[in-house]
Design a protein around this ligand. Structure first.
Ligand SMILES: [Cu+2]
Length: 487
């Protein structure tokens, strides 16, 4: 759980690819196409993180001591800058995502003066394991007791005279828990890259990113020159928590900040029109963002498939990728799988290892909300290292098919093999009422190595939500060159 301690940064890999075909989906004028290419080569960076006054070790201990999963943060930071806001309990209550309390929590549920939900709620801790219940072991100011702290927010200076007024921004969601909403007052944008892959650009006024994702956007600087507020709050499902930065047209540093929001303090769209023009990753049926250039998976059946029942198990803070097995953060530290690929064979630890054949097509089927007691499952941000996956299927209910091909035949509407998105990180459904859901992720094994597949909510990973996928294990070198061998 190192992100909350500040262990993150951005790496920009400049592409060799000719992107003219990408920009010409946004504009027709060749000058604009060229200007966008220039803007994309000289982007602005926004690394968005969430911050707690407690360190990661302290934070994790709060959950294990109190027996309750605690997820209450202090600030959203942009490029390491931010403030701690205390706008008052009444205001925070009014900023709750509409319907959230009605759907997910008992009537009358109140957030704290930090915008956090009461830790004691069974709906938050799940069951039947919510037995320790020691809220007295939660230190002061974790859940409530807001103390404001004034600082400065990140500011991005942009020049409308450059690149025909186009500016590109890379937004990195380097958060521990938060799911970040993003908007710039009065400026719409084109979302053109997701997780390092180009997508057919789409125009939005706000977007939501989950921890572990990177998005790139193209913005036209065609408004009255001035200082525009960027609203980058938590999207509100886990906490009402505001976050801000500003975009300044060069020479207007002294202007007043704009007050023309698309998003409220707590991340809610301010009108139905804004909602309609926003990108929400939890709209799982429609969230594809097609790859550009077109890139689709092999049709029909994959060569191998792995069914993983994921979710909470045994304690409010324990999560599994495989039915009941918990991934310890020091898994195989003494016998790393890279050097000892068979070290877990025949042991309990092998339940935390999947082996795939080099060159094969693999389906990972993730089932949520079927584990005993895990009936109202929170979203998970599923992140695979080593290769991206296409989400080819999403449906409700319990996965009960002998193969993916059979499921495709029986419920063709739940599958998309023509235009699925291709990403590092995918959301699983938020099962508010206990309904079960499944996802099917397909990928081609072309990058042999021991890769982690895990939930990017760091508290869930700390609680065991990881598994090793040994991709192309049959193609790993038998003889490790001497200089790379362990002593
Ligand atoms: Cu998770």
């Amino acid at each position: 759980m190192s992100l909350v301690d500040g262990l993150y940064g951005a790496i920009h890999i400049r592409p060799k690819q000719d992107r003219m075909g990408l920009w010409s989906q946004i504009v027709s004028d060749y000058k604009d196409v060229e200007a966008m290419e220039k803007a994309a080569r000289d982007p602005e960076y926004l690394v968005v993180s969430d911050w707690s006054q407690y360190t990661s070790d302290e934070y994790w201990k709060i959950s294990t001591d109190s027996g309750m999963l605690v997820f209450c943060l202090d600030s959203i930071l942009v490029n390491g800058k931010g403030e701690l806001y205390c706008p008052g309990q009444k205001f925070l209550q009014s900023e709750l995502a509409p319907g959230l309390v009605d759907d997910a929590f008992p009537p009358g549920t109140k957030v704290s003066d930090k915008g956090c939900f009461p830790a004691q709620l069974d709906q938050i801790q799940g069951g039947p394991w919510n037995v320790t219940k020691r809220p007295d072991l939660i230190p002061p100011r974790v859940q409530e007791g807001c103390v404001p702290s004034k600082h400065e927010n990140a500011s991005i200076t942009v020049d409308p005279k450059k690149n025909n007024g186009w500016v590109s921004m890379h937004v990195v969601a380097a958060a521990t828990i938060a799911q970040i909403a993003f908007s710039i007052d009065d400026h719409e944008f084109w979302l053109y890259e997701v997780d390092g892959n180009y997508v057919n650009p789409k125009k939005f006024v706000s977007m939501v990113m989950s921890a572990g994702e990177t998005f790139s956007i193209m913005v036209k600087l065609d408004k009255t020159p001035g200082k525009y507020t960027m609203r980058i709050p938590n999207s509100g499902v886990s906490q009402v928590l505001g976050g801000y930065a500003e975009m300044i047209y060069a020479g207007h540093e002294q202007d007043q900040r704009s007050e023309k929001p698309y998003l409220s303090f707590g991340g809610n769209p301010i009108s139905p029109d804004v909602e309609k023009n926003s990108y929400f990753p939890w709209q799982l049926e429609s969230d594809h963002m097609e790859p550009w250039p077109p890139n689709k998976p092999r049709p029909g059946n994959a060569d191998e498939e792995h069914l993983l029942a994921v979710g909470r198990v045994g304690a409010p803070y324990n999560y599994t990728m495989n039915t009941k097995y918990l991934y310890p953060i020091d898994f195989q530290n003494n016998d790393p799988l890279l050097f000892y690929p068979n070290a877990t064979v025949g042991t309990e630890n092998d339940n935390l290892v999947i082996r795939t054949k080099n060159g094969s097509w693999v389906d990972l089927i993730l089932q949520v909300s079927t584990l005993p007691g895990d009936t109202s499952a929170f979203e998970h941000f599923m992140h695979k290292h080593g290769s991206k996956t296409w989400r080819i299927g999403f449906g409700t209910g319990v996965w009960n098919y002998t193969s993916v091909e059979e499921a495709i035949k029986e419920r063709p509407k739940d599958f998309n093999l023509e235009t699925p998105g291709l990403r590092d990180t995918w959301l699983t459904a938020f099962s508010v009422t206990g309904e079960a859901y499944w996802n099917v992720f397909r990928y081609h094994v072309d990058n042999p190595g021991p890769w982690l597949f895990h939930c990017h909510i760091e508290l869930h990973l700390m609680g065991g939500m990881g598994i090793v996928i040994m991709d192309g294990a049959d193609a790993w070198p038998e003889n490790i060159p001497k200089e790379y061998q362990l002593d």
